[in-house]
Design a protein around this ligand. Structure first.
Ligand code: 3HC
Length: 315
């Protein structure tokens, strides 16, 4: 079918076919994808910091090995995503500059601190759980390179979620202090995880949002509120299995809707974090800039090596 249609953008979108880098596309489609993929890539590499904070203090060699592998996976996800963005004609260095200058966003969730070991469990269970819910539909995104990158990312995210669940499972079967630590981490991460899905679909916050257009283009397959609801419905039974009480007195099954009802998200806090005023925004960007500067010699060495290879190939 793809071949029969050729590279007519509207016809490809209408037939739910993939758009590939060489196809003609409206500038606004390209810009939307660059914005979203870059924000996603930035989230992956900034997302290495909260858990990276626990690598030296993981409670056993096994936990440390798993955590190192997980944080490394996040770096890998960032690399696939920057590569996917580059197929749209933007340079990775330019995207990193925009992140470092605060001109492009990364996910709100990574501006919260990891105070105890249980936070690594809560991040795996809740944050990676939310990431999977949001990213599985992106495997069907209309832009080919982004959709293909998401397949492997989602497989790895699903392993991450299970390891987070397993950390909390172990703590919930430990001492009273360990149980309290797991509950406290879930209390702190639950609401920020719900906010991760982005502003609501209706009301003031929805104005100026991208959902409608992105859904028409097949970039987003579900709205923010629909994914948030699916996430709540998935997590409540898991919390019950763990023995964790989710911190929401309004959480209850609604027979009529066939979904869980839940309480109001603090959107003022969300916008505050997006403006740069979250608990860890300054620290995260400062750390990222430093890591980038300290890695300059690696980039220079890689460029020098590539230049040498090119000369050799041309000899
Ligand atoms: N954090 C920061 N900004 C957010 C946000 C969040 N959680 N949710 C929404 N926003 C921003 C949007 O970027 C947009 O800002 P802009 O107009 O200045 O670019 C504004 O709020 C309005 O939101 P919309 O819903 O209209 O924006 P989108 O259509 O782009 O939808 C999204 C937001 C659902 C996050 C979508 O961009 C998306 O699906 N992105 C891909 C997934 C992603 O980036 N995930 C981040 C977490 S990655 C992760 O957790 C992996 C872990 O292993 C490290």
């Amino acid at each position: 079918q793809r071949e029969a249609i050729g590279s007519d953008f509207d016809a490809l979108i209408a037939a739910d076919q993939r758009i590939e880098p060489r196809d003609a596309m409206p500038d606004t489609y390209r810009e939307t994808l660059i914005r979203q993929i870059a924000q996603h890539a930035h989230s992956e590499i900034i997302g290495m910091q909260p858990e990276g904070n626990w690598i030296t203090r993981a409670p056993s060699l096994r936990r440390k090995a798993i955590l190192i592998a997980k944080v490394q996976d996040e770096a890998g996800h960032g690399l696939y995503l920057y590569s996917a963005a580059e197929t749209l004609g933007v340079d990775r260095q330019e995207l990193l500059d925009r992140l470092h200058d605060g001109k492009q966003k990364y996910s709100s969730i990574f501006n919260y601190p990891t105070l105890t070991w249980a936070d690594c469990g809560a991040i795996g269970w809740l944050v990676d759980g939310a990431a999977i819910m949001n990213q599985v539909p992106l495997c069907r995104c209309s832009y080919g390179p982004y959709a293909r990158a998401m397949i492997r990312v989602c497989k790895e995210e699903s392993f991450h979620q299970r390891q987070g669940f397993e950390i909390l499972w172990t703590l919930m079967r430990g001492t009273e202090a360990q149980q309290a630590m797991a509950q406290d981490a879930a209390d702190r991460w639950w609401w920020p995880a719900l906010a991760m899905f982005g502003p609501p679909d209706t009301g003031e916050a929805a104005k100026g949002g991208h959902t409608e257009q992105s859904m028409a283009w097949g970039i987003k397959r579900f709205s923010n509120d629909d994914l948030r609801q699916k996430f709540v419905d998935m997590m409540v039974p898991q919390a019950e299995k763990l023995g964790i009480v989710l911190p929401d007195p309004h959480l209850r099954w609604n027979e009529e809707r066939g979904h869980y009802d839940f309480g109001e998200i603090d959107w003022d806090e969300f916008w505050q974090v997006l403006r740069g005023d979250g608990p860890c925004n300054a620290e995260r960007i400062e750390h990222r800039r430093r890591a980038h500067d300290e890695g300059a010699w690696v980039r220079e060495a890689a460029n020098a090596y590539a230049a040498k290879q090119t000369i050799r190939e041309n000899e």
